[in-house]
Design a protein around this ligand. Sequence first.
Ligand code: ARG
Length: 573
Amino acid sequence: MDMKKRIAERIAQAEACCFAGCGVTCDELAAMLEIPPEKKLGDFALPCFRLSKTLRKAPQMIASVLAEKLSCEEIDHVEVVGGYLNVFLSRECLARSIVEAVLANPGRWGASDVGAGKTVCLDYSSINIAKRFHIGHLSTTMLGHSLKRIYDFNGYRTVGINHLGDWGTQFGKMICAYKKWGSREEVERGGVQAMVDLYVRFHQEAEQNPALEDEGRAWFKRIEDGDPEAMEIFTWFKEVTLKDTQRVYDLLGVTFDSYAGESFYNDKMQPVVDALREKGLLTKSQGAEVVMLDDYGMPPAIVLRSDGATLYITRDLAAAFYRHETYHFDKCLYVVAYQQNLHFKQLFKILELMGCDWYKGMEHVSFGMVSYEGRALSTREGYVVYLEDLLNKAIEKAREIIETKSPNLPNKDEVARQVGVGAVVYFDLHNDRTKDIDFRWERALNFDGETGPYVQYTHARCCSVLRKAAQAGVDGAAPDYAALSDDEASDVLMLLSRFPETVRKAMDQSEPSLITRHTTQLAQAYNKYYFEHRIMDESDPAGTAARLALTRAARDVIKTGLYLIGVEAPERM
Ligand code: ARG
């Protein structure tokens, strides 16, 4: 059980004794408990100002009365400062309760069942067919993957959806170019890049020969009509793209439950359009059919073009209904860059106007842009960094570092992959998602800074301590938790005890970076502990057992933290 809850319970008991009849619940108290900015103000502080309204007494007076009454094994002492009740925990008791709680359920500290019986759909990565996977796609992929793990960890059923961008006139042009200048072998060999090249050539040639545009459109029409040849090529383009992308997903360890993309909704939009019309939400505007949204400060959303063609938002409307009917979701998250803020605001508003109450469970998890070594990426200027190249380079660099730092490490290739990929993923999920990210090698792969490798290294250090203890056979005694009363151990313990709260917050705010940073702090605190204390001491088996238990708990929670952000934790580095 977490310490905050336990203290809240103790305060609730004291409160019930002192101010019978008009108290607040234990959960309310737990919510009120703050973590003071400075250590000298205690481990927890209860601001009594809100209580003062219900209890009709001065905050200071409430704090003093409670202070009088509060005495239990968990609390060392309390102090009253202003209207605050500052609680100092008994370090021995704190240590025992936290370490035992963490170790009771390895790998599950911070897990919960708040999502039991509930479903969350997560739309992430959502790549476009025949485009190469570049580092601009890293955030959607990893944020989504991490959020999926966080929701899983909290008992939800999760559905990961790769809403493929597999519809649009460009595919007609691509087939046209392929028929004229391409060959099967070339595309099989070159993968997505070969398709991109064909597309670029199409545009170059179309400048000289505008009739090509008509041919491209004709091919798209054939896709729309389900013409067998067009469909065969188009389906194959999709397969080639997915095969190429799968290599990156494999490196990242990312998976999906569904690849239903835009074209999947071809036959599912009519009912939505009909419903919109029935509800009087469609307006004719220059031949197109739109939903007017100026009452909500938004431009109109075009649902049908004047030629009857559907749009991105039409497909998203159909997808929303489909997901709702298929998965009965409680929440549906869209992890998509902030450039699409308006799109999702329009989408949610239209669903609201249609009377679909479930729109309330939908959320656009937006995020900032990625630049590379200080420069904005631009396809037009040819400044692109492909994700696969970036990951491979990271693995290579990690391999070099390992080669110098630990030349005798077994399975160096495997560890290099875990560290290289981990560095990139950690870097991506380290800052608030709404901030733009500038990817820098020296900041991602540094073993000393706030980086993936640093945290992984700390995990490996804990593993190594425990291995050595097992070899020496010193880990048998009953732990004496009084041995964990020093400041460095308390820092580790506090971070362990607050981890579940951080996981919950990360879920509620769709912000995995909270876990990244918490896990980093834990690693830093453990390292400080490690450097200032001797863990194994033959003359003190009970103290040794306590220090090893702390090490085990730290290792476990660091591993969980890394897991939740999609980073692996090698046992040796
Ligand atoms: N493929 C789109 C893009 O790259 C992202 C799709 C996001 N998901 C959605 N349901 N609209 O911009």
